[in-house]
Design a protein around this ligand. Sequence first.
Ligand SMILES: [Zn+2]
Length: 301
Amino acid sequence: MHSMKNYFLLFAALYLTACTNSNTTGIATKKTASAPGKDSTAVDTTSYANQKPADAATIMARPQVPILCYHHIRELQMPARASSGYEVTPASFKAQMKILADSGYHSVLPDQLYNYLVYGAPLPPKPFMITFDDTDEEQFSIAKPEMDKYNFKAVYFIMTISINRPRYMTKEQIRQLSDEGHVIASHTWRHDRVDKYLTTPHIDRDSKKTIDNDWDLQLVDTRKKLEEISGKEIHYFAYPFGIWSKAGIPEIRKRGFKLAFQLSTKRDPEEPLYTVRRMIVSPTWSAEGMLRVMKSTFGKE
Ligand SMILES: [Zn+2]
């Protein structure tokens, strides 16, 4: 037994050395070498499997990574003050990506955030995260080309009911995002609030089928679909409307999700991984204003 263990440790050490000394992913280095965000998506291949995960208090004490949340990237349907608050114009989005790159920010992805929060893994300087909710087509056609200029990578929280519908992304677009290093994640099937989910068999109001419980319908079935489309495992989840409930967190955890993203309410000090905060970018903000709010909301860089 003893020698087996030593052999394993030796193997693990060699494996770690090999992985940390070379960038075998290719994802981050394919783009132009001069892009400001060139290292932002370098995948940390360190294995944290044998490390002890941090407790909730340690996770809460780590500086938060600013996380931006976008919905529609389009011309405002009404004057900004009367807007739903879920719109950012293409020009604003363009200016926001530029100021972030010019200011030296690096986009990070959920695996990096998870390893940082749980194992204290290093992040690039000035880390931030870009997230999109609700599957809108312009998140692909307008937002992606702007992010491509700086090699920023984002997280797309997809509600699977909308895939292939008019004004939403197609399967092929989602696949392309995944292939290009963006992260596909779950935003449920039908965007129902998680605090209303039933955990006993009932007839679904749309499909009229009897289902065992809403958690499986909204999280497990959608994950399977997103894994088929993206060709990658799905580990991350965003609450519809940002609404989370303490009772729901064990349901999400036991279904294998590693982080769950809300909007702007306080994190739960006992469950920081399932109450990760984000900030909706307002239609009225200038690019400079957005940076100021980002810093004040999530603390000093
Ligand atoms: Zn949503």
